[in-house]
Design a protein around this ligand. Sequence first.
Ligand code: GDP
Ligand code: GDP
Length: 440
Amino acid sequence: MKLPIVCIIGRPNVGKSSLFNRILGRRAAVVSDRDGVTRDRHYQNAIYKGHEFTVVDTGGFLPDDSIDVLADSVRAQIFNAVNEADLVLFMVDIRVGITKLDQQFARLIRKLDKKVILVANKSELQGDRQESYEFLKLGFGQPRTVSALTGYACLSLLDEVVSVLPTPVRGERREERPVRFAILGRPNAGKSTLLNRLLNEDRAVVSDIPGTTRDSIDCDFVVDGQKFVVTDTAGLRKKARVEDEVEVFSNMRTLESIRRSDLSVLVVDCTRGMEIQDYRIITEIRKAGKGLVVVLNKWDILPNKNDKSFDHMVKELLEREPMLEFVPILSISAKEGQRVGRVIQAIQTVYANCRRVLGRDRVAESFANFLQEKAPPSHNGRVVMLTRACQIMVEPPVIDIETRTPELVDESYKRYLLKKFYDEFQLQGAPLRLNFDRKL
Ligand code: GDP
Ligand code: GDP
């Protein structure tokens, strides 16, 4: 299914990234990385009132010093972005008025026959809003006055956006994309053994793809027509020397693998249990908004094993890290090949869960039921009202919960809702987030 595309354009500093982040409902949408501009960073999927669409922030194409003129190369990039868009949000700054660059953008947009909404940003002050008629001269009608900073009129802008977007054609296939995962864990947990199993077991076509960091190697294979890529296998395929293990496990490297993958498989030696680094990895994966599967490896040599061992071990893990309640945990033996096929199944399930679009009505209905089953506790006699729940993002799934008093929502109640959403929508392994947003 190809999603409709909304492209945000405008000169530097009008507030494109701020609006982009507001639409995506999270401030951290733009990762502050130094290594240049990646395409992904500017193309993000968003969902509003059940409408899914892709938002493109063209900000990254523009050098900050493009004050008067658009360089040809930049112009071409913006032209392409606008060309593939279904809707253009043309942003201007109400406090600055029309500039030369705004006029150049206007000319560029007019060449393409696209739906355009003119957005006059930084309109949080009523006095400023009265200046908006000036922008009629740009030829795109009356601008919508909004403030990306305070959120003023952003929701009505979004309402308008989704009302003009074409409905995506169901049945049209999404872009075929391999599932990317990392195999993480402490030295000797059995990561290489598992990787080799996965590669051989499935009679996979194995090829090495150079990764982005120096000497990181990605590896791809196919199971039942589904393509998988294991990221950063350099240290795994060519067994790292002992002195390298510290490096293989180094934070940077682990973080990089997490970031480049859709999900991670954390391999734990069950005879040793989880240790501090494992918990740290879990925290990082959640922070990065990525999926997780935990495998308890070397099950073949677990001493004094009986039919309660697995439940017992899982219980212990949950006591230490409650988030694991929402993560698939498997016991395997990579060496013997026991239940290794399940790892692939779990990876597929978690990947699908991370990308799940939860129906708008079902979210609202389930949310009402959760509230009815257990009302939010009042805080020092003040009633806590939660008014609306809505999925605002996929990959990772984020549900926005509106309230006038986000600071008064009890932690254990947040946990209650989180569990309810996980169970109701079967989101195991996905990094579901609940956003308690102040109702504007
Ligand atoms: P971009 O270059 O178009 O992506 O602009 P940014 O989103 O980076 O915003 C540029 C500056 O304008 C930042 O300092 C923002 O904090 C500020 N800004 C963005 N939106 C608003 C707004 O609605 N009101 C005000 N007053 N400032 C804003
Ligand atoms: P890595 O450092 O995490 O890549 O770990 P390796 O895959 O190199 O495995 C470390 C050691 O554990 C090797 O001697 C493996 O043969 C052994 N090993 C790995 N998986 C299993 C397993 O499932 N059962 C047993 N008994 N040994 C295993």
